[in-house]
Design a protein around this ligand. Structure first.
Ligand SMILES: [Mg+2]
Length: 269
């Protein structure tokens, strides 16, 4: 799971200082952001209740996710959360939010590891998005990312992953990254930012190239690298030591603890 979090850390500086340079340096001011905080919350939600759900349990499960999102927001209120999320998190009576942004897709990576079939993976991805992203476009993006992780960790090739996502979610993943990059800007809308993040993985040759591809799009760098890095870790199953060394000291202890506990149960299983 650290593949997603390292992507967030390395991308954090370039979310503000956008770059199109593939060979950008890892900046000393990098830090974990809201992406990592909410991934830790999803890890905790799965550790606390790892069971499959049926349609009858959907509403109860949405409430469990919502409670953990609010709890983790309260731990790290200054981690870079968006205004809509903050307003939702501060109001315990708020209804499910309807954001179409990429927040549901950025935190969904653990779900790709935790369930034994695609149907449950897609249902859990939807439910994990619902508290704040009760929106068709945002849920679709979250499901696409969870499905990519699920397929990658089961050893499926990139062609199969691409074909599945194009068919199921009607994404065009055949546009070369070099073409997308020419006009790509910062925009956290799901339909705009998530497919290029998936392509950043599809065009990669290893973990590091996936996050370099994503960050050098010059867009929502931390979230796009979080998504590309999360899928890349599931696919390549290894992360270079120099990236671990750079990122590990930039992640807070309680995020690390939740993610490590999740990894011991699911990643190393
Ligand atoms: Mg962020």
């Amino acid at each position: 799971m650290f593949g997603a979090i390292y992507g967030d850390v390395i991308g954090s500086y370039y979310e503000v200082h956008c770059t199109k340079d593939y060979n950008f340096v890892f900046n000393q001011d990098s830090s974990f952001t809201d992406d990592s905080v909410l991934i830790a919350a999803v890890c905790k939600a799965i550790i606390d209740d790892p069971s499959d759900i049926t349609a009858f349990r959907v509403n109860a499960r949405i409430k469990e996710y919502a409670a953990l999102y609010r709890q983790y927001y309260a731990y790290y209120p200054h981690a870079g959360f968006g205004n809509m999320f903050i307003a939702w998190a501060k109001n315990p009576y708020a209804k499910n939010g309807r954001s179409y942004a990429n927040g549901a897709a950025m935190r969904v990576i653990p779900i790709g590891y935790a369930y034994s079939n695609m149907e449950q993976t897609l249902l859990q991805a939807k439910v994990s998005g619902m508290p704040t992203h009760n929106n068709r476009e945002a849920i679709k993006a979250a499901q696409a990312v969870a499905a990519a992780v699920y397929l990658a960790r089961h050893g499926e090739g990139k062609d199969k992953i691409k074909e599945f996502l194009e068919k199921k979610f009607k994404y065009n993943l055949s546009i070369p990254l070099s073409v997308i990059k020419e006009s790509h800007v910062f925009n956290c809308r799901s339909s705009y930012s998530v497919p290029p993040a998936i392509i950043a993985f599809l065009e990669s040759t290893d973990y590091e190239s996936a996050i370099r591809n994503a960050i050098s799009l010059g867009g929502d760098a931390d979230t796009q690298a979080c998504i590309a890095g999360g899928i890349a870790e599931a696919y390549y199953k290894e992360i270079p030591e120099h990236i671990k060394r750079f990122c590990d000291r930039r992640i807070d202890g309680s995020i690390k603890a939740a993610v490590k506990e999740f990894d011991q149960k699911y990643w190393m299983a």
